[in-house]
Design a protein around this ligand. Structure first.
Ligand code: ZN
Ligand code: ZN
Length: 411
């Protein structure tokens, strides 16, 4: 079972499953198009079930094939052009089959969100048009020819809105007015400031990290292994950190067009003091401060703990601030708003942790940080190459309007 207690599945898992099933369906006879819709397509942090839309003349072939797919445990519901199944993964899949001509508008509607779509319908009405799963109809009942979703938005007098922004959080106003912000993509990422190695609790050697970074065309990366108090993660004693930093500086001299930075992910101790002395932090390129233990403190104490870290001029970045682990652990009790203000005031960078089970800061806090003028860094917190490669870039912004300015700045 991959679902958590609330019956939600992590986006990374949902997308892998959706990919497997859509590529299976795409090979069936008569299939002209098949795509994932719903919250999976909108890059929500977690999803309830998988929505798949296919365009084909003969729905029965697709419905029968999915019903007997080895991943499927049982059929929950079956109609003429729609089937709902429960998979062995523990996540339900809803497949709708429409005619190839209706595929684009049906896919668009099934992508949602509901409120985003409802507002588009209102706008259509205002313009004397009708928007539904068949497409856009004029008052005379003529269906507007659609070759892409962009045509739908164009017909309504607005810029194309990508799925991850379709949440009715200002995107419609932006798409009709001043324009949408650019969504950050993999090409915008020039480096990574939070990476673990075999020196603490990761499966990657420093040289693996360097090779991967070069492969990705990065220009810098920081090695940030855990500090001494985090014994469960093999946190480094002072002498080991010094040894590692010396090695990194040495490696860096032989690298061209790439800077390997020294770093540390240092625990903020329960009383708000730092796990390493200032003398070490002063000579470290990237100092990340974070909390991994003792987070059952009161909201006031935890907030104070983070505040003290931000006030330390040697602390560059606060990592995964709210501490949530999707499906496993809620955020700490924190005054996030006050901490965001403090980050802006002390020029401390806040991290968007791209690890699929963290995605922390979330969309709401990221927006808040941007509005407060705090700097943001998008880091992977990678512990192994696979996850790093596969997901790091995919999770940059889980929906919402955030301009790339200020992101991933070298502190
Ligand atoms: Zn951490
Ligand atoms: Zn980390």
């Amino acid at each position: 079972m991959v679902r958590n207690r609330q019956g939600r599945t992590r986006l990374s898992v949902a997308r892998e499953m959706a990919e497997e099933l859509t590529s299976f369906i795409s090979l069936l006879p008569g299939v002209k198009a098949v795509e994932t819709a719903g919250s999976t397509r909108r890059w929500k942090e977690t999803v309830g079930d998988l929505d798949i839309i296919a365009g084909a003349e003969n729905p029965e072939i697709l419905l029968a094939a999915l019903a007997s797919h080895p991943r499927v445990k049982e059929v929950i519901n079956k109609g003429d052009n729609r089937i709902e199944v429960m998979t062995w993964w523990g996540i339900a899949v809803d497949l709708s089959v429409v005619t190839p001509a209706e595929f684009i508008p049906a896919w668009h509607r099934a992508t949602g969100s509901k409120t985003h779509y409802l507002i588009l319908q209102e706008i259509a009405k205002y313009k004397g048009l009708k928007l539904n799963h068949r497409g856009i109809e004029t008052q005379e009942g003529k269906v507007v020819d659609l070759t892409s979703e962009a045509d739908i938005y164009r017909s309504l007098g607005m810029e194309y809105i990508p799925p991850e922004l379709r949440e009715n959080r200002g995107e419609i106003e932006a798409a009709t007015g001043q324009g949408l912000p650019k969504i950050i993509s993999g090409e915008d990422i020039k480096g990574d400031l939070h990476i673990h190695t075999t020196w603490s609790d990761s499966a990657m050697e420093i040289k693996d990290v360097v090779n991967k970074c070069l492969e990705k065309g990065y220009s810098y990366a920081a090695i940030t292994d855990h500090s001494r108090s985090l014994k469960v993660a093999n946190g480094l004693e002072l002498e080991r950190v010094l040894e590692q930093h010396q090695l990194i500086r040495q490696m860096n001299t032989s690298l061209k067009d790439f800077t390997l930075l020294t770093g540390v992910e240092m625990d903020i101790l329960p009383d708000g003091s730092m796990d390493f002395p200032d003398e070490l932090l002063e000579q470290t390129d990237v100092v990340i401060a974070s909390v991994h233990t003792g987070f059952r403190q009161s909201k006031q104490d935890l907030t104070k703990r983070f505040t003290r870290a931000m006030e330390n001029p040697n602390v560059d970045i606060i990592a995964h601030m709210t501490g949530r682990v999707l499906g496993r652990r809620e955020s700490y009790e924190l005054d996030v708003e006050a901490l965001i203000e403090m980050a802006a005031k002390t020029d401390t960078v806040l991290e968007i942790n791209a690890s699929p089970d963290r995605l922390d800061l979330n969309e709401e806090h990221t927006r808040m940080a941007k509005e407060a003028g705090a700097k943001l860094a998008i880091n992977t917190d990678a512990h192994d190459v696979r996850r790093w490669m596969k997901w790091s870039m995919a999770f940059l912004l889980p929906g919402g309007l955030v301009s790339p300015r200020g992101c991933n700045q070298y502190p």
